[in-house]
Design a binder for this molecule. Structure first.
Ligand code: HSE
Length: 436
């Protein structure tokens, strides 16, 4: 580009691993950004919690603990929010938008709860609110859903969108680690927090599912609409069973459009047995992937690093260049705010299931169990039995079933009745099954 680049001043709220990596990347990529976009990004202020800590690569004179002053500074054209959490991030973003400053945010929790309101505020102010980094880190998924797939009728999204839990499940599957040992290793490596609840309980993945559902289906879906189950009850035995049957256990975030009397959206996060020939089954370690199904495009998969300083900063930087270019052009991308939609309750969601139970090994027991399945409309797809010697008094066996697709309500009713049978000693694992 021959003409002088336009300087766009950046104020960054937060300087943790992502904020620090972003400052470094802006510096490293300066010439390339000027060449490709014709803008020079200049970081003028960085708001931090404590200005006394050393931050390699971030000049001290940029640091301030006064977050509001960064939003209000005359030499800030675009705000980047990488603080995380609801407040003060929300209040700061609203103030920035109201004063006509575009915002780039990586804040999944905030966007999953207030995304529609904040997008409306951005639109009203005529500026961008961009948040590629809020879902699956470096993986481009927000922009493809919003732009490349705008004409597509997306029916379902299934994602492995939490690296910590994928790391734990991979260690359990490939190295035989217990859940506790794999979690401790994830904490040692800095993937899992000291309090791992947001990751292992499925809340982090749930926020990402809500954001993806809102964009993909043009619907107003918030974090509270997402049903979650985490991975803390998954045992090594569950993983061994799954592997023996040709499945991997993965924590999936699933968002789907369900046709019926009216269009509904189902959004859930839970562990599932994913058949080994499904592309999601081979997503290992702390990697993320999002599998999108559309009526015309068919199946698409987006794969990569879902967390970490530089991968997340890379996604923030892409948005930042877009927002800065729009500032220079005096334009912004108008984002339609999703329409209210009906969320289908988990009881009405259909899935295939795997379950196992320890039973008395004597004549007629399998018939009693099968009768319960039949009474609740659950069709058995496959069954196997381990152990037992029906000739001995007190002999037990473990029986395992995979069902055809059925409603959660029917499965729960069958489990209730199975527990009432004298011959059923205990129900073991119950997992949803995703076929390849
Ligand atoms: N804690 C998340 C993960 C990254 O483990 O994937 C941030 O969303």
């Amino acid at each position: 580009m021959n003409s002088e680049p336009r300087v766009v001043n950046i104020g960054i709220l937060g300087c943790g691993v992502v904020g620090g990596a972003l400052v470094e990347l802006i510096h490293e990529r300066r010439e390339a950004i000027i060449a490709s976009a014709g803008v020079e990004l200049r970081v003028t202020h960085v708001a931090v919690r404590s200005a006394s800590r050393e931050r390699p690569g971030v000049p001290n004179e940029l640091l301030t603990t006064d977050t509001r002053s960064v939003v209000e500074a005359d030499d800030v054209d675009v705000i980047v929010e990488v603080i995380g959490g609801i407040e003060p991030a929300q209040e700061l973003i609203r103030a920035a938008l109201a004063s006509g400053k575009p915002v780039v945010s990586a804040n999944k929790e905030l966007l999953a709860n207030y995304g529609a309101e904040l997008s409306a505020a951005a639109d009203e102010a005529g500026v961008d609110l961009l948040f590629e980094a809020a879902v699956a880190g470096a993986i481009p998924i927000v922009r493809p859903l919003r732009e490349s797939l705008l004409g597509e009728d997306i029916t379902r999204i299934m994602g492995i969108v939490n690296g910590t839990t994928n790391y734990i499940l991979t260690k359990m599957s490939e190295e035989g680690a217990s859940y506790e040992a794999a979690l401790a290793e994830a904490q040692r490596l800095g993937y899992a927090e000291a309090d791992p609840t947001a990751d292992v309980g499925g809340f982090d993945a749930g926020a990402k599912a809500a954001i993806m559902a809102s964009i993909a289906f043009g619907a107003r879906v918030v974090a509270g609409d997402v049903y979650h189950e985490g991975i803390s009850d998954i045992t090594k035995a569950d993983i061994d069973y799954a592997n023996a049957l040709g499945y991997e256990i993965k924590l999936l975030a699933i968002a789907e459009v369900l046709e019926g009397e009216q269009r509904e959206v189902g959004v859930r996060v839970h562990p599932a047995m994913v058949e080994c020939n499904h592309p999601l089954a081979s997503v290992r370690d702390s990697f993320n992937a999002v599998f999108v199904e559309g009526r015309s495009a068919g199946e698409l998969m987006f794969y990569g690093r879902g967390a970490g300083g530089r991968p997340t900063a890379s996604a923030v930087l892409g948005d930042l260049i877009d927002a800065a270019s729009n500032v220079v052009a005096g334009t912004h991308r108008s984002v339609p705010v999703g329409a209210p939609c009906k969320i289908r309750p988990i009881d009405d969601i259909e899935s295939a299931y795997y379950l196992n139970a320890d039973v008395v090994d004597s004549p007629g027991v399998l018939a009693q169990v099968a009768a319960v399945f039949g009474e609740h409309g659950l069709s058995i797809r496959s069954m196997n039995q381990e152990g037992g010697n029906g000739e001995d008094d007190g002999a037990q066996a473990r029986i395992a079933f995979v069902t055809h697709s059925a409603k959660e309500r029917s499965l729960q009713a069958a489990l209730h009745d199975l527990r009432e049978l004298d011959a059923v000693l205990s129900i073991g694992s119950v997992l949803r099954v995703i076929e390849g």
